[in-house]
Design a binder for this molecule. Structure first.
Ligand SMILES: NC(=O)c1ccc[n+]([C@@H]2O[C@H](COP(=O)([O-])OP(=O)(O)OC[C@H]3O[C@@H](n4cnc5c(N)ncnc54)[C@H](OP(=O)(O)O)[C@@H]3O)[C@@H](O)[C@H]2O)c1
Length: 334
């Protein structure tokens, strides 16, 4: 610990309920405290997620201010807590430090060892910082179906999946996982026409263009009634279609949404009473499985990454809030 600086550079907010323009670059921010089961990481890249903007806007998960934003990171371990067994100084790691929001738009990041994973050699810090929240969320959605609940490869063979919102961070991860990890038979996604080629390249077999309007989408979804084993909602604004019985009428088919609306979900959704909200867990072991698969398959090359510098953190959050991001936004840490 002796070679560590006293201060670090970080993108912070000074109070709750502020705008992206209120994010400040502080060059004299304290280093984070290391608990016994934490690793301290010299951060290289931080992922930017819609969650970061919601934390800034609503202040949840934050105990005190000023605070550093962000949960995804990738960097090098520079210190370990007394009870850490999985990692050593010098390891290249990524993760999401979500115990409370402890911040990753910063040069130094603490993370519980249970929420981090080793970066495989072929996975750069840029790719690794793009993966934790999005891939873990999509992966855990698939664990909600009885066939794939063990997380085993190929466990969705013969199954059909609908992904609402295929071109964002979680959607992209969902299509890649459904096609190449779980090996689903057919993947349909709802996306705008401008991203149709992108989602097809990821593995979508059929793309429904929501910009063509309600009449078109209703007609297309009606024609797919009773075909899906899993419907995943990564957008949260499709309630007007919930009455279409898209799911197979069996005891297993599953609807999962990751976007929480004030009215919540109740009753039948797409023909099933088993509708579920999912809050992704930050699981380092699952992340290690995903990174190994991305490395071995070479599919990490399919992730579009938009790199901004840490001092563009405000701009990065505005890009995220535009709801038009294709792939991932990351911040390069000086
Ligand atoms: N519950 C959890 O644990 C959890 C975890 C992660 C994320 N989330 C939430 O999940 C949502 C998605 O996260 P993300 O990181 O994937 O966001 P993102 O990367 O910012 O998603 C942007 C994408 O959404 C697409 N999109 C926007 N409106 C659409 C619509 N009406 N139909 C289809 N696609 C649409 C856009 O494509 P077009 O330009 O083509 O429309 C864009 O590519 C966010 O609300 C986030 O907060 C929840």
């Amino acid at each position: 610990m002796s070679s560590l600086p006293t201060f670090q550079t970080a993108a912070i907010i000074k109070s709750a309920n502020v705008s992206a323009d209120d994010i400040v670059i502080d060059h004299k921010f304290d280093l984070p405290q290391l608990n016994e089961d934490d690793i301290l990481v010299r951060n290289q890249y931080a992922g930017v997620n819609p969650l970061d903007c919601k934390v800034r806007q609503y202040g949840f998960y934050i105990n005190s201010y000023p605070t550093i934003l962000g949960v995804d990171f990738s960097g090098i371990v520079v210190a370990t807590g007394s009870k850490v067994t999985k990692f050593k100084i010098g390891d290249s790691v990524c993760g999401c430090n979500m115990t409370h929001i402890r911040g990753t738009y910063s040069q130094y990041v603490v993370c519980s060892e249970s929420q981090a994973a080793l970066n495989p050699e072929s996975i750069s810090h840029q790719v690794a910082a793009s993966c934790p929240v999005t891939f873990l969320t999509a992966f855990q959605c698939f664990l909600r179906h009885p066939s794939s609940k063990s997380g085993q490869k190929d466990s969705l063979r013969g199954k059909q999946v609908l992904i609402i919102g295929g071109s964002g961070g979680v959607g992209m991860s969902g299509i890649l996982l459904a096609k190449n990890y779980f090996n689903a038979e057919k993947i349909v996604t709802i996306s705008s026409a401008k991203n149709a080629d992108f989602v097809r390249k990821l593995g979508a077999d059929q793309v429904l263009d929501y910009t063509k309007g309600k009449e078109y989408l209703t007609h297309e979804l009606e024609s797919l009634k009773g075909t899906f084993d899993i419907v995943l909602d990564f957008v949260g604004s499709y309630q007007e279609y919930y009455s279409i019985e898209l799911l197979k009428q069996d005891e297993e088919s599953q609807f999962v949404t990751i976007v929480h609306t004030p009215q919540g979900i109740s009753g039948k959704v797409f023909g099933s009473e088993r509708a579920k909200n999912l809050y992704a867990e930050r699981d380092g072991d699952q992340l290690a499985v995903i990174l190994k698969w991305l490395s071995e398959s070479g599919l990490w090359k399919d992730i579009p990454i938009h790199i901004l510098s840490l001092d563009q953190a405000s701009q990065a959050q505005k890009m995220s809030e535009s709801n038009r991001t294709v792939g991932k936004i990351i911040l390069q840490i000086p």
